[in-house]
Design a protein around this ligand. Sequence first.
Ligand code: FE2
Length: 288
Amino acid sequence: MTMHQPIAGTVFPPDTLETMAALYPRAAGLLHHRLPDHPLLSIEALAALAESLPAAQVEYNPGDVPIGIAPEDLPSNGLTIAETIRTIDVNRSWAVLKNIESDPAYRALLMDLLGELQPVVEPRTGAMLTPQGFIFVSSPGSITPFHFDPEHNILLQLRGTKVMHVWPSGDERFAHRREHERYHTGGHRNLPWDDGYRGAAQQVPLVPGDAVLMPVMAPHFVANGDAPSISLSITWRSEWSYRESEAHAANAWLRRLGLNPAMPPRWPDHARVKTVGWRIARRLRLVH
Ligand SMILES: [Fe+2]
């Protein structure tokens, strides 16, 4: 990843980089940020951005949904994305703007923030690959259902409050290997939910100025507080995270052949042998 030189240390304070050095990439935890009120992150700017993005880069629905829900059961809120953002205070909705790096101004902001993290990230997981940014705009009381994501991620809370409920990555009690295999062969991010999971959650309450470090594929759901919320997610991939994805996809293929492959190893181990086989099989067009 090539980055222009950020103004060093302006957003993530030294104690946050120390915390991150202890946690990354295995564990979730509370961090802090000093991202000020930024003109690109006002409601009006976000509504304009949302209107300018292709439909595939916006997703929104009513926010008062159950913690566990299948994607096909999510209803529409009956509004446009711009209306959803402009009236987020009262419309009981949840919205995400995806891949905001497709807009040059937002890409510059994303790269500045990721640049500050490079000294912590690169000694542990190597080059920061595939920088992506996501902005979540959500109404009081809304829920982001139980799911997992393939990126290394820090979510910065900018406005309003929320509680991140997160479970350990790679623990099959909360996301079985078959769920990983399903996801990495084109399935949706949402996961099956069981109320019995609650007791094992790590809860990270977030107010403006807080951020949360999220490990790759850690199951989570998010509950908004009683004010409208804006959060910025800054994400990257690593060679390790791509290998892990490929290993799960390879396992899905092995399972279709009647085998029961093991979970791929967690960082710092790589699933080398299996993914080499997977890459060869793909090249030979044995799998898709
Ligand atoms: Fe997520």
